[in-house]
Design a protein around this ligand. Structure first.
Ligand code: ZN
Ligand code: ZN
Length: 300
């Protein structure tokens, strides 16, 4: 296993521990105050524990090498986890909306408000630092599950900030309705986060093409390393978690030997793998009468 993969697994495991610690602190904050807003914030962190566990399982699964039944690898497991996580984020938002509605109908007095809020602030500070670390590492290691987990944790920090602001206003003004109203606004923001995570993952599950800059690199490298070949066409690319795939047809003179054509393919593959580590390439060699309208001419 590569150092990067190990780092992703360590962070995913760490997320479970952090989620448990933060959940504990948030329950203490609720228990001290009896505040409905702090209760809903603690409720949301149960979803976090489940989600961190799901992300860890998905990353372990995604990193398993290809086998007889999954010869292209298990990379898409990460997208499945990210979709599940997005759904959990949406459920958390609905739970908070439900709590906010209850608090609107029956406002309750809050005890030890400042002490309880201080405990919640400590939990949120841990969450914020952890979310930053998850998103940054997830981006550099190309792990959608880790980025999704980080965004979820970051959405918790936003929730808590909203809840604390509402609570501060409610306690200082005595107008307790403010507290559930702000919590409801924060829940709407979480709904948006959940939608973003789900739609990005669905893009990966649907075999979305490699993005603009990397695609331009692929085209440029085929052009620069295709000497001897005449044309290429039907270039298709896709991304699955941490790996990228590219395939195309390469037109060579009909009389060229298999060895010569294979040498050209090896040259192109080596250049692409050097520029885009881990890319899987399949090249279909064809004689010149298979040229196609829209094919890209090579220098020859
Ligand atoms: Zn063709
Ligand atoms: Zn070969």
């Amino acid at each position: 296993m590569s150092e990067g993969s190990r780092k992703v697994r360590r962070l995913a495991l760490g997320s479970i521990a952090v989620a448990f610690a933060v959940m504990g602190l948030k329950y203490v904050a609720w228990w001290m105050t009896g505040s409905v807003a702090l209760y809903s914030d603690a409720l949301e962190s149960i979803v976090n524990v489940v989600a961190a566990f799901a992300a860890f399982m998905a990353i372990r699964w995604a990193q398993r090498p290809p086998d007889a039944t999954h010869p292209f690898g298990h990379h898409k497991a990460e997208y499945l986890s990210a979709v599940a996580e997005g759904v959990l984020i949406v459920i958390a938002a609905l739970l908070i909306l439900h709590q906010a509605a209850n608090a609107l109908l029956a406002p309750a007095p809050i005890e030890q408000a400042w002490e309880g809020m201080a405990v919640n602030v400590a939990a949120s500070a841990i969450n914020g630092l952890w979310a930053f670390l998850l998103i940054r590492t997830g981006r550099t290691e190309r792990s959608p599950a880790l980025v999704a987990d980080g965004k979820h944790v970051m959405s918790d920090v936003v929730t808590s900030a909203g809840v604390l602001a509402g609570l501060t206003l409610a306690v200082t003004t005595g107008w307790m309705v403010l507290d559930p109203l702000l919590a409801a606004l924060v829940a709407l923001n979480i709904l948006w986060q959940g939608w973003t995570v789900v739609s990005e993952s669905v893009q990966g599950l649907m075999d979305g093409a490699i993005g603009g800059e990397d695609l331009a690199t692929i085209k440029r490298l085929i052009g620069e390393n295709g000497a001897g070949a005449l044309e290429y066409h039907d270039l298709k690319t896709r991304e699955a978690g941490t790996v990228r795939f590219a395939e195309f047809h390469l037109i060579v003179p009909a009389a060229m030997s298999v060895k010569e054509a294979h040498d050209i393919c090896d040259r192109i593959e080596a250049a692409l793998k050097a520029a885009l580590p881990g890319i899987a390439i399949a090249i279909h060699v064809e004689p010149e009468h298979k040229r196609k309208a829209g094919g890209i001419a090579l220098a020859g």
